[in-house]
Design a protein around this ligand. Structure first.
Ligand SMILES: *Cc1c(COP(=O)(O)O)cnc(C)c1O
Length: 385
């Protein structure tokens, strides 16, 4: 259901909405009913029941999400990790193998390296920049290749086109975590990816007040994943569906503001003598700028940087800023700041972190929708020693 609306701004508002409007309600009502009257369904998965992901609040969200990425279908989940774990376990069983980009969201990294390993599902990490090195890691039992559009916390953009092509050539299912780019800036199906994953906790909802996830792709794959989800039970409840639905409508305006601000802040930091390095794919000095520019319609609101000096210096800076809140997570209207070694990537061993290039002094900023000049002034003050 890609809808008849041309632009993503219009789809965010109108795609997937009930037709006709329910009792004329402009905002979709919350269907707070666990079960619904039997209507002659012959299949378990078609019974209307919240866990089976098919209440009116689910259906409207599924249609809207599919339309945003020009895909056939979507399913929402109780969290981003619910989306990732359910999608992976739909297609992997004991003895299977997957290829994965080497620098992943901490939770996904642990799920692949620890939980899947316990189920006798093995993995190899690939260098997203070096397509020639992938073939040698391929095995007869390889099923999936897994990537992230913009990686956390170094904001790297892999050769995504090559990943989707490699999957097609080798009959793998390609999955991409599109949380950081959002459907506004990257639509995986248009580049040949089979499955797009989201933590809707972040930009799609945008207000740091729920956890939710989504899987987007072709109807047959989404049907398989939904059946698995119906059994695993990582279902989004209707009230949270409603909040996500409401939050999503402002995605385009929020994201543009955050994207613009993140670029200005990156440029400010890059020019500052106390700053060692800035990671933002929209910076023209970024080695991956050309590739990111070809793949993405925007670079998002996430950046990371290293100050000159030690961990104490980095922590002092974080403490001295007054606007960004020191908190994990990202993608909300308020700026959030963290040191990934102590938060999102604390589950990754220090040796692995070092190998991935995540230094203990690295600071990550999720840019909110505060005035850019206020954020820059705040950081300028915090950088003075
Ligand atoms: C937060 C995040 C997740 C996990 O999402 P939850 O909603 O917290 O379960 C997965 N991938 C990325 C890139 C994330 O930022």
């Amino acid at each position: 259901m890609s809808g008849d609306y041309k632009t993503i701004e219009t789809k965010l508002i109108h795609a997937g909405e009930p037709e006709p409007l329910i009792e004329g309600a402009v905002s979709i009502p919350i269907f707070q009913s666990s079960t619904f009257e039997y209507a002659g369904q012959s299949n378990y998965h078609d019974l209307k029941y919240i866990r089976l992901n098919n209440t009116p609040n689910h259906v409207a969200l599924h249609r809207k999400l599919a339309a945003l990425e020009n895909a056939d279908a979507a399913v929402v989940t109780a969290s981003g990790m619910g989306a990732i774990s359910t999608a992976l376990l739909t297609f992997l069983s004991s003895g299977d193998h997957l290829l994965s980009q080497d620098c992943l969201y901490g939770g996904s990294h642990e799920f692949i390296t620890k939980d899947l390993a316990k189920l006798n599902i093995s993995h190899d990490f690939i260098d997203g920049d070096d397509p020639n090195s992938w073939k040698e890691k391929l095995r007869p039992e390889t099923r999936i290749i897994y990537a992230e559009t913009i990686t956390n916390p170094l904001m790297q953009v892999a050769d995504l086109k090559a990943i989707a092509e490699f999957a097609k050539a080798n009959r793998l299912i390609s999955m991409i975590d599109n949380t950081f780019a959002t459907p506004l800036y990257f639509r995986p199906s248009e580049w040949g990816f089979d499955i797009s994953l989201h933590s809707c906790t972040k930009y799609l909802n945008g207000h740091s007040d729920i956890v939710a996830g989504a899987v987007i792709g072709s109807s047959d794959l989404i049907k398989k994943i939904t059946h698995k989800l119906n059994h695993f039970g990582a279902t989004l409840d209707p009230h949270t569906c409603f909040l996500l639905h409401r939050g999503m409508k402002t995605l385009a305006v929020r994201m543009r503001c955050q994207n613009e601000s993140a670029l200005k802040i990156s440029e400010f930091l890059e020019a500052h003598p106390a700053v060692e390095k800035v990671n933002y794919p929209g910076l023209k000095t970024n080695p991956e700028y050309q590739r990111a520019n070809a793949l993405l319609d925007g670079f998002g609101g996430m950046l990371s940087f290293e100050l000159k000096g030690d961990v104490e210096r980095a922590d002092r800076f974080i403490q001295r800023t007054t606007l960004p809140i020191l908190a994990p997570s990202l993608g909300g209207v308020e700026s959030l700041i963290t040191r990934p070694a102590t938060t999102s990537h604390s589950g990754v061993s220090p040796e692995e972190r070092q190998a991935l290039g995540i230094s203990d002094t690295l600071i990550r900023l999720s840019v909110g929708i505060e005035a850019t000049e206020d954020l820059i002034e705040d950081m300028q003050r915090a950088l003075k020693e």
